[in-house]
Write a protein that binds this ligand. Structure first.
Ligand code: THU
Length: 162
């Protein structure tokens, strides 16, 4: 019989933005502001992301699409790559993500895609510190994961790269 490895993951569910801590509310509001400048003419699905550094500084990004569809990039990666390119030594402690669609009001939080989880997890490993992930729709509940790797079991990391 093979050995069976199991795991579990958890995230918090808040009823609305109002139930969050002040700093989480602020970060989410920055993500909501950031999505206004998203370039999403193909999907009409605008995503904003706000990265919080340990010293309280916040930087933002949004999704950038392209006529050659796979050449575009998600908001989370635009934001985290911008964060790391401008402030490589600042520890990242949280990222908030918000969305808005032209098609309908989104009342459920949108979790980051697998590629973004992989990209975000890199910085948890780099700084040996969890990045809280705050996810929201336009309205309704807000999900908070205590870390990114919590949502990415058996992730590939530099430890595998020998
Ligand atoms: N998108 C993000 O920016 N973040 C996500 O977590 C999921 C998807 C973008 C990519 C594309 O521009 C649009 O949303 C539709 O997939």
């Amino acid at each position: 019989m093979p050995k069976l490895i199991t795991g579990n993951y958890s995230y918090e569910v808040y009823q609305s933005l109002d139930s969050l801590s002040k700093i989480d509310q602020e970060l989410l509001l920055e993500a909501k502001k950031a999505l206004i400048n998203a370039y999403a003419p193909y999907s009409n699905f605008k995503v904003g992301a706000a990265v919080l550094f340990e010293d309280g500084k916040i930087i933002t990004g949004n999704n950038q699409e392209n006529a050659a569809y796979p050449s575009g990039l998600c908001a989370e990666r635009v934001a985290i790559f911008y964060a790391s390119s401008q402030y490589p030594d600042k520890k990242i402690i949280a990222i908030a993500v918000s969305v808005k669609s032209k098609n309908q009001i989104i009342n459920t939080p949108v979790p980051p895609c697998g590629a973004c989880r992989q990209a975000l997890a890199e910085y948890e490993i780099k700084f040996d510190s969890p990045i809280r992930l705050i996810m929201a729709g336009e309205d309704g509940e807000v999900f908070i994961s205590p870390s990114v790797s919590n949502l990415l079991p058996l992730l590939f990391s530099s430890k595998n790269l020998v």
